[in-house]
Ligand binder design. Sequence first.
Ligand SMILES: Nc1ncnc2c1ncn2[C@@H]1O[C@H](COP(=O)(O)OP(=O)(O)OP(=O)(O)O)[C@@H](O)[C@H]1O
Ligand SMILES: Nc1nc2c(ncn2[C@@H]2O[C@H](COP(=O)(O)O)[C@@H](O)[C@H]2O)c(=O)[nH]1
Length: 401
Amino acid sequence: MGEAPAFVVDNLLQNQDGFGSKSKGCNTTTTIGDKTYVIGGGNDESTLSVEVQIFDKTTGNCVTPIVLGTKPNTCKGLSAVSLNDDRILIVKKGSTPDDCIWFLEVDTRFVREQKKIQGTDVVAWSKGARGYAEKPVVISGPSGVGKGTLISMLMKEFPSMFGFSVSHTTRAPRCMEKDGVHYHFTERSIMEKEIKDGKFLEYASVHGNLYGTSIEAVEVVTDAGKRCILDIDVQGARSVKASSLEAIFIFICPPSMEELEKRLRSRGTETEEQILKRLRNAKTKMEQGHSSGIFDHILYNDNLDECYESLKKLLGLDGAAAATQRSAPQGIDLPTDHSVSKMDNKVIINCGTPELKKASKNLIVLDVSSLKGGAPGRTRGLDVYAIDSFSDGLNGINQTS
Ligand SMILES: Nc1ncnc2c1ncn2[C@@H]1O[C@H](COP(=O)(O)OP(=O)(O)OP(=O)(O)O)[C@@H](O)[C@H]1O
Ligand SMILES: Nc1nc2c(ncn2[C@@H]2O[C@H](COP(=O)(O)O)[C@@H](O)[C@H]2O)c(=O)[nH]1
């Protein structure tokens, strides 16, 4: 904590543009209620590291908050505009199309919960993404029931449609397993630190090892325009159900405990001790699967092909739609020189040097009326289109930075 830097006070006094944001030098300041968020900070003359400080008008102090989520990389400058008084939309200058729109959440539900947990000021970053993602598919069931087998079949038949969420685990790799493909194999101390840093959507201790789904594991699949599949245990499914991620939850049952044991033994990947532990855990998992209220669908994996057909059917893959090819949503191509303003639920990015302003389609509109998700994952649902300021009569828009 400390006194407010002179430029913050200066900006507070000058801040009368109606949008609550100002740029000065390498920083942008955005005022929401009694707090002014100072975002940015000079690295050198050409790049900017994206740091956050909060000036509290009521105390006259500046605090450095706990910053959650993945922080934006350095950039050549940024513009900011406050949305709904709970988050700040940041447009990075000189960034790649998939990396130019970010959100700093300052008072969303997630941030308010984190403030209670941490007992101090918290803000959280979230990268903006165009369009919506199809609901991820969470698949759970006892060890050896055939979850991995069914997921492999789905990924093989629909490679452009599905992507696997690569979990982290502290268990040792099996002989055919590759790091980064089947799991991110990791040390317990490293994983515990990353869990503490808020990098995981869920985690659980399963059969004596730590397993977890990082936020990034789900987001990279979705960013690629694919539907994410998670193979996680029932505790993990419960955590995902309680999170902001809207998913479909499927529980896979074996035809009998005897058959489950046969499959586990014939897979030959566990020691006798591990097999017995997994079988003991299977009984509890079966009860939870049926009674927890987490799962939308229960499938019996007796005959593999029949179970696979049922899985495809409930994912809507039994008709013509199954043949549809997916492509990743495109980023937004912005010139380095631009300014940002806001009108209702639309953020207007003016891409205009005076010459460019004369050309058509010199404004990019970000429609932020239907945002979904948010920190600690992506903020999705951005609708982006270009318009011509002259023909659309938007010449009088106020500029904020
Ligand atoms: N319907 C089925 N009939 C017979 N064998 C099956 C069937 N489904 C899967 N199997 C076999 O059962 C074994 C366990 O399957 P799989 O590894 O997919 O289980 P899993 O649920 O992913 O287990 P874990 O949770 O331990 O990773 C494999 O050898 C697989 O080939
Ligand atoms: N809660 C989570 N459970 C997970 C995750 N990844 C896998 N799993 C579950 O662990 C068991 C054992 O897996 P195995 O590869 O050692 O056989 C199985 O039930 C998986 O579903 C995770 O990220 N989170």
